[in-house]
Design a protein around this ligand. Sequence first.
Ligand code: FAD
Length: 535
Amino acid sequence: MPKWQQQRSFWTWGYLSDEPSEAERRTAAERISQRFGRAVEPPPIPALADIELRKPRLRVPDRLDGWVNTDHVERVTHTHGGHPLELLAGLRGEFPEPPDAVAHPRTEDELEATLAWCDEAGHVAIPYGGGTTVVWGVNVPPECESAVTIDLDHLGGVLELDETSRAARIGAGMLGPDLEDALRPHGLTLRHYPQSFPWSTVGGWVATRSGGHYATNHTHIDDFVESIRMLTPRGWWESRRLPGSGAGPSPDRLVMGSEGTLGVITECWLRLQQRPRFRATAAVVFPDWKAGYEATRHIVQAKLWPANLRLLDPAEAEQGAGLDGTRSLLIIGFESGAVPQGAFILEAVAIARSHGGEIDDDAIRIDDGSGKATGRDGAAGAWRDAFIGVNAGLTNGLGLLADTFETAITWDRWPDFDAEVRARVGRALKEVLGDGTRLSCRFTHVYPDGPAPYYSFSGMAKLGGEVAQWQEIKAAATEAVVAAGGTVTHHHAVGRMHRPGYDRQRPELFADVLRAAKRSVDPGGILNPGVLFDP
Ligand SMILES: Cc1cc2nc3c(=O)[nH]c(=O)nc-3n(C[C@H](O)[C@H](O)[C@H](O)COP(=O)(O)OP(=O)(O)OC[C@H]3O[C@@H](n4cnc5c(N)ncnc54)[C@H](O)[C@@H]3O)c2cc1C
């Protein structure tokens, strides 16, 4: 069954089929009990039918009832996004702000009718892709009187393929795996793999400016966007398909990252590429963190453009790849559909070695054209398995407070930035969660002028006190990142969660420009109010 037809879980990432078994939850509970010396048990999971929801505060007009409904399961599964606290609320049966109705328009006409109804009746309209937002991007604002979630799941598909220019017109509701399945027979691929790839959509990626697996060069979805089609309450917005253009400010740039506040993206032309045949991978170990990041800087500044250049600090290299906790690990990967990659990986490894990196020659994997994956064994493979296999349902409800925050900073400020962030967040973790906390960092993306560090933290919360404890730690993290000059997010988006940092970081006049743009396309202010900026 294609992914889009599967029912989403309300307490873990993904679908019902992604939910861990009772036995797996028990094993996870034992591991946590051992780590923190506190006995924990997986809590029961409420039955969907028993979840209490506020009654719908609107009536769906008859003319829309073929695709708009107030069904209980639909409202439950569209209440929360993918942040761990939302999954926890789901597990506890807490759904205080469900959408009053959920729309699944099957055609552009049905979408037009839905948005027109919301605009006329003053219902808040929330565009919804895969619901994997981790920044509170799809929630019903508590202060609104009624809200309709518009799920784009029926507006997917590869609608047109231009093999000459290597681009495709793709429906916004298409999920990552369904897209790659459709492109594979043509020998083509988008190769945009956010960690949420199985559950997130093309429209969601563009609306949030998601970051994929390319660590250098084309890091964000932006780099693949040729043109966008979007419905606003004032009508259609469609840009011209072009490989590049210098004609004034780019209309696509205003849409990318607009997070559902300006319109509903229905289609995009995205740039594709040949499926990779030539691959090369190396996992290089460094004596410490500093040697690792200095090597990374020199590799990215040599403009070799590896597809993967993922540096793990000693803590992360220990947890994810089984190193000894003192050394850092740099996973370097090259890939191409047309050009052998051996020379590039050898050059990158030579730079890494000149900064103290260690790797045996026979551990460098070069595949010249078979199309087989490299980097599935050793430390790189161990880390990959841990990264892909992440399942929030395993530890949900056990008191483990685990989250991430990500940013970007220029190299000149990086070492001080890292020290400052670790000091402030480390202090907050200790004060709020006591002993046994972890704070680690990896680079998810790297630019010639700076890295995109991704911090993970965890510790044991008071059962029932998770939200307040998380808020304290998150506030410290946001303050540390923004005060030290970083961006409040490199790719997780702003949503409602990152507003305090975003409001400080963007020029105030730009906020006026955004508000003016919103007034032009959404005069009633119905689209995702409170996300990104106040209308
Ligand atoms: C486990 C996990 C891992 C993640 N890893 C990554 C990662 O590696 N890189 C990354 O960038 N992000 C990551 N994320 C965050 C999230 O997956 C991305 O923000 C993703 O782009 C959201 O896509 P979605 O289809 O799920 O959108 P949703 O969550 O449904 O929506 C996100 C926002 O976009 C708006 N929106 C959605 N569709 C449309 C549309 N068609 N038109 C207009 N607005 C729309 C929504 O209103 C909302 O504000 C991760 C999340 C999880 C849970």
